[in-house]
Design a protein around this ligand. Structure first.
Ligand SMILES: NC(=O)c1ccc[n+]([C@@H]2O[C@H](COP(=O)([O-])OP(=O)(O)OC[C@H]3O[C@@H](n4cnc5c(N)ncnc54)[C@H](OP(=O)(O)O)[C@@H]3O)[C@@H](O)[C@H]2O)c1
Length: 239
C-alpha cells in the first residue's frame, strides 16, 4: 500500500515514536494525518489534524471514528510502561497497563475496521514490543499486555483478511524516547523505528523486527523456558 496520498490516524502522536511516525508520514506524502493525543493541544506538528483521544475511553474512540471516516491506515502506537510486577504489583496499575496496551488497540481496531473496509481495506499497524516475547521481574504487567497485543495483531490479521486489511506487528527492544529514558542500554532512534514500520506497510510485510534484540528474542522462542531465559539473562548481562 502506498503512503503517498493516504489518510492515516496515529495514536499517541504528540511525542516519542508517535511524533516520529507523523514526521515520516509527512515526508512520504500522506494526504491527511490525524494526530491523536490525550491532550490535542500537545500536538505541535504542522499540517496535521489533531484529535483528542485517550485510547482507554470508548466515548472518545467512537468520536474519533466519526471524525476519521476517511482513514485508510490506523497506527496503534500509544502505550504505557509502568514497571509493575504481576504478583506483588498494584492490581489497578496492572489493569491500566492492559487497558492501554491491549484494550486500547483492540477498541480502536473494532471502531476503525468498518471504516478501513469502506475505504478499500487499508492497513493497521500495531506498535508491540520485543517484551511480547520475554519478560523480566518488574516488567510482568507490561510484557503480559504486549504479549496480548501480539496475539491481537495475529488474530485481527486473520479476521480482517477477507476485507483486505493488511495488519502489521512491530517488535523492538529499546527506542530513545521518554519511555526508555531511565535505561542505560543501546537504543535505536524513533525515526529509524518509524521508517522500518512504514516500509512494512508499503512492502506488505506482516512483521517488523525493529532491532537486533527483537530478532534475537524471537529466534529463541523455540527453546524451552529454562534455556531461553538463561540465554536472555546472559545477553542482558553482556549488553
Ligand atoms: N521506547 C521504547 O523503548 C519502546 C520499546 C518497545 C515498545 N515501545 C512501544 O512504543 C509505543 C510508543 O512508545 P514511546 O516509546 O513513544 O513512549 P512515550 O515517549 O512514553 O510516548 C507514549 C505515547 O503514548 C501516549 N499514551 C499513553 N497512554 C495513552 C492513552 N491512554 N491514550 C492515548 N495516548 C496514550 C502518550 O501520551 P501522553 O503524552 O498523553 O502521555 C504518548 O504520546 C508504545 O506502545 C510502547 O509500548 C516502546
Amino acid at each position: 500500500m502506498e503512503l503517498k496520498g493516504a489518510v492515516v490516524l496515529v495514536t499517541g502522536a504528540n511525542r516519542g515514536i508517535g511524533a516520529a511516525f507523523v514526521e515520516q508520514l509527512k515526508a512520504r506524502g500522506a494526504a491527511k494525518i490525524y494526530a491523536a493525543a490525550r491532550d490535542a493541544s500537545s500536538v505541535t506538528a504542522d499540517g496535521v489534524e489533531p484529535i483528542a483521544l485517550d485510547v482507554t475511553d470508548p466515548v472518545q474512540i467512537t468520536a474519533a471514528a466519526r471524525i476519521g471516516g476517511d482513514v485508510q491506515i490506523l497506527i496503534n502506537n500509544a502505550g504505557i510502561s509502568t514497571g509493575t510486577s504481576l504478583v506483588a504489583g498494584d492490581e489497578m496499575t496492572i489493569r491500566r497497563e492492559m487497558e492501554t496496551n491491549f484494550y486500547g488497540p483492540l477498541l480502536m481496531t473494532r471502531a476503525f475496521a468498518p471504516i478501513l473496509r469502506g475505504n478499500g481495506g487499508g492497513a493497521i499497524l500495531n506498535v508491540v514490543s520485543a517484551l511480547s516475547w520475554f519478560t523480566t521481574p518488574g516488567a510482568g504487567a507490561y510484557a503480559a499486555s504486549k504479549a496480548a497485543a501480539w496475539m491481537l495483531t495475529d488474530s485481527t490479521r486473520l479476521e480482517l483478511a477477507s476485507q483486505g486489511t493488511h495488519v502489521v506487528g512491530v517488535h523492538m527492544g529499546l527506542v530513545d524516547t521518554d519511555m526508555a529514558k531511565g535505561v542505560p542500554a543501546p537504543k535505536i532512534s524513533p525515526a529509524e523505528l518509524a521508517a522500518a514500520s512504514l516500509d512494512a506497510i508499503e512492502s506488505g510485510a506482516q512483521e517488523v523486527l525493529g532491532d537486533e534484540w527483537a530478532t534475537f528474542v524471537k529466534a529463541g522462542l523455540a527453546l524451552n523456558p529454562a534455556e531461553r531465559y538463561a540465554q536472555i539473562a546472559s545477553a542482558l548481562t553482556a549488553a
